[in-house]
Design a protein around this ligand. Structure first.
Ligand code: NI
Length: 256
């Protein structure tokens, strides 16, 4: 049985309302050692913390997603901080920039992103970064900081961008996208990421890997991502599972 960590999941999503508790306990018994539930806004960060309290193998990340920055109350950072210092909160995330949908406010997104990067630095916590259609701005913000302790999640950039992310000291994680038929760009990026810098994630309930594409995703489906990485890297799946677990525990050090 493969044992691994899902470093990025959204079990607060309504898709899990019918069977959340039963599902989480079942997949944990099936090899999902630990799960990090992401925060996206204040309410969903609170839920991350709640699940971390309820399930021994669930950990929390707290933060404001770039698509949720509109109308943030002025004290939002204080509220994030209150949750961030709890023992089972392992990262600030997911934070970043997303210019995918029309009507976004790049200046507001950048401000909230940078404020949360500052908070992470202040608390010595790693960050989970979401960047979509915003590579240049995102990389500029990160480069200003020199080194960044964190992971670039659901990586969708080029091999060249992957090298730049690695040079900042960050890890990279890929979702089920790796297993899709049109995944050539993701595979090319994967090829330049050493096994020692890789992490596993589902981003569930989204991004289900083949052969489950389009279905509700859960952490157990990471086995398909592991198999793909093993194939591309030419190593046994067990090694991918073991090394990514180690990488994740090293980055999210409060999880050890
Ligand atoms: Ni996510």
């Amino acid at each position: 049985m493969l044992e691994f960590i899902d470093s990025h999941a959204h079990y607060d999503a309504e898709q899990f309302d019918p069977d959340r508790e039963e599902l989480l306990n079942r997949i944990h018994e099936g090899g999902v050692l630990k799960i990090v539930n992401m925060g996206c806004n204040l309410e969903r960060s609170r839920l991350s913390v709640e699940y971390a309290e309820k399930f021994p193998f669930v950990y929390a990340a707290v933060g404001i997603h770039p698509e949720d920055v509109e109308g943030m109350p002025e004290d939002y950072l204080d509220r994030i901080k209150k949750w961030a210092v709890l023992p089972k909160t392992v990262a600030i995330g997911e934070i970043g920039l997303d210019y995918h949908y029309e009507g976004y406010d790049p200046d507001l997104q950048k401000r909230i992103f940078e404020e949360q990067l500052d908070l992470a630095e202040e608390l010595s916590l790693p960050v989970v970064i979401h960047s979509r259609d915003a590579t240049e701005d995102c990389m500029n913000i990160l480069r200003k900081r020199g080194k960044v302790s964190g992971v670039m999640h659901c990586f969708s950039g080029s091999a060249e961008t992957a090298k730049q992310v690695l040079a900042l000291g960050m890890n990279i994680s890929f979702t089920g996208v790796l297993t899709f038929k049109n995944a050539r760009k993701a595979i090319e990026a994967l090829e330049v990421v050493p096994l020692e810098r890789l992490m596993l994630e589902t981003d569930c309930p989204y991004m289900a890997p083949e052969p489950n594409r389009g279905k509700r995703c859960d952490s157990s489906m990471i086995v398909h991502i592991i198999e793909k990485i093993a194939e591309v890297k030419g190593v046994p799946p067990e090694l991918v599972a073991k090394q990514t677990t180690e990488n994740t525990l090293n980055l999210f050090y409060k999880m050890k």
